[in-house]
Design a binder for this molecule. Structure first.
Ligand code: DC
Length: 233
C-alpha cells in the first residue's frame, strides 16, 4: 500500500536550524522541501535592485504596484538535489543569503500584498501533500490543517553564533554583534507585525534545540513524522 503523504509545517525564530532539519526530513521521506524564507528574500532582492529600498527607506507603494512582475520559483540543483530559488528565471540562491537582504526582509515580509502573493503560491505547491515547508506562518496561515506542525526555538545567542559561522564560511565579512542584532531585530519585527505574525500554532510541537545535537534533533523529528504518517493512514 502506498504510504499516506502528509504536510509537515516547520515554523520558528530565525536561524533555529529549521531549514537544515526540513531538508534532511524531506530527503529521508522523499518529500518536496520548500524554503518560504527564500521566497520573501527573493522579493526583497527584487525591491533592492529596483531601488524601492534605499538605506532604511522603503517605497512600499512602488513595490506593491510592481508585484505582478515578480516571478518566484524553484529549481533543483542536480549536484545537491536541493531546490534553489529563482527570481524571474534567474538563480539568486547566493545573493539572497547575505546580511544586506537579511536586514530588509522583515520589512518586506510585513507587507500584506506580498504575503498574499507568496502564501497563494505556497498553498499551490502543497496541494498534493508530501511536502516539508519551513517559515514563520506555515502552521498558522499557509497550512492550518497540516498533519504535523513543529515550532523551533533556541536562545538568540545560540542562533546568532550559528548564523555568524555560516556567514563567515560563505565569505561574508561580518561582525558577531551585527549578526546578533539582526537576529534579535528580525525576531521582534516578525513577531509583532500585524499580518500573520510569527507565533506558535496551538497544535504545534515545540522543539528547543539549544542543547540538542543535530543528530538527536533529526532523530526526534523523524520519529514524530513517522508516527504522524502511521496515524494518518
Ligand atoms: O527563514 P528566513 O530567515 O530565510 O526568513 C527570512 C525572513 O522572511 C524572516 O525574517 C521572516 C520572513 N518570513 C515570513 O515572514 N514568513 C515566512 N513564511 C517565511 C519567512
Amino acid at each position: 500500500m502506498d504510504q499516506t503523504r502528509i504536510i509537515i509545517a516547520i515554523d520558528g525564530y530565525s536561524s533555529t536550524g529549521k531549514s537544515t532539519v526540513a531538508k534532511q526530513l524531506a530527503k529521508r521521506l522523499n518529500y518536496i522541501y520548500v524554503d518560504t524564507g527564500a521566497m520573501y528574500r527573493a522579493v526583497t532582492l527584487y525591491a533592492m535592485r529596483k531601488g524601492y529600498i534605499i538605506s532604511t527607506n522603503l517605497n512600499k507603494e512602488a513595490l506593491i504596484n510592481d508585484l505582478d512582475s515578480i516571478v518566484v520559483s524553484f529549481e533543483i540543483n542536480t549536484a545537491t538535489g536541493l531546490g534553489e530559488v529563482l527570481l524571474n528565471g534567474t538563480n539568486v540562491e547566493n545573493e539572497i543569503r547575505g546580511l544586506d537582504v537579511a536586514s530588509h526582509v522583515s520589512q518586506i515580509a510585513a507587507i500584506p500584498e506580498v504575503r498574499r502573493k507568496l502564501v497563494d503560491l505556497q498553498q499551490r505547491m502543497g496541494k498534493d501533500k508530501g511536502i516539508v515547508m519551513d517559515g514563520r506562518d506555515i502552521g498558522t496561515v499557509v497550512f492550518p490543517d497540516a498533519e504535523l506542525k513543529l515550532f523551533m526555538t533556541a536562545t538568540a545567542k545560540d542562533r546568532a553564533e550559528r548564523r555568524y559561522k555560516e556567514l563567515l564560511e560563505s565569505g561574508e565579512e561580518v561582525s558577531y554583534e551585527d549578526v546578533l542584532k539582526n537576529v534579535v531585530d528580525r525576531d521582534h519585527l516578525d513577531s509583532t507585525r500585524k499580518d500573520s505574525p510569527l507565533k506558535k500554532a496551538d497544535d504545534a510541537i515545540t522543539i528547543d534545540n539549544s542543547n540538542l545535537t543535530l543528530e538527536d534533533q533529526f532523530d526526534q523529528i523523524l520519529a514524530l513524522a513517522n508516527k504522524t504518517i502511521l496515524n494518518t493512514q
